[in-house]
Design a protein. Structure first.
Length: 203
């Protein structure tokens, strides 16, 4: 991981501001993304397409750039901090756009941080486009359950483990189906009530 980070800093990401955008997905979609690499890539394309589109629109509105380009590097993580199966995306997005200068060479134009409303706008658009993508792939709520989910048909053991991991339940042995017991540091009730569950964000 350290070598990858050094390579990105030294050879890939230019010396410009970078913002991390994180996309998490609903539990049912996590199960599918865990084994469907094509869908995993398609969701990422939707995500970056929406983020890039907003950057270009903001560059047009704030700077007057009619044509610009964006850049990002994404790491797909398969697990959460509790080692529960939870595919999600961490995208390092250049916090601005590039446009051709007077000499034809690319020039960087930094943009201000997005407002909360703009982050919400991106989240809503990503959700709508991913929903449309799932419908095109025959994975919507009205799809045929016998054809939409191949893992449980072809690899029922692996499907059971994936499903249990996503739901934080025990996959085998006498306690199959029971919730996983968490030990160690706990969050008290007062602290828990003050937390908000956020599925999407930029920082």
């Amino acid at each position: 991981m350290a070598q990858s980070a050094a390579h990105l800093v030294d050879h890939v990401i230019p010396v410009v501001p970078v913002r991390q955008w994180v996309l998490s997905v609903p539990f049912a979609l996590r199960y599918r993304l865990a084994y469907d690499s094509s869908l995993l890539s398609d969701v990422l394309n939707v995500f970056l397409g929406v983020v890039f589109g907003q950057l270009r629109r903001r560059a047009r509105r704030l700077i007057g750039l009619e044509s610009s380009q964006c850049g990002a590097v994404t790491f797909v993580q398969r697990f959460g901090d509790a080692l529960r199966l939870a595919p999600h995306y961490h995208s390092l997005v250049i916090d601005g756009v590039y446009a051709a200068g007077a000499d034809g060479q690319p020039e960087f134009h930094e943009l201000p941080a997005p407002e909360d409303a703009e982050v919400v706008e991106v989240a809503n658009l990503v959700a709508r486009r991913v929903e449309a993508l799932l419908k095109r792939r025959g994975l919507g709520p009205d799809s045929d359950p016998d054809t939409e989910e191949s893992l449980s048909r072809d690899e029922p053991g692996l499907a059971g483990i994936y499903s249990a991991s996503v739901r934080s339940t025990i996959a085998s042995a006498p306690n199959t189906g029971h919730r996983v017991f968490a030990s160690g540091d706990q969050i008290d009730g007062a602290s828990l009530n003050s937390l908000q569950s956020v599925a999407f964000g930029a920082c």
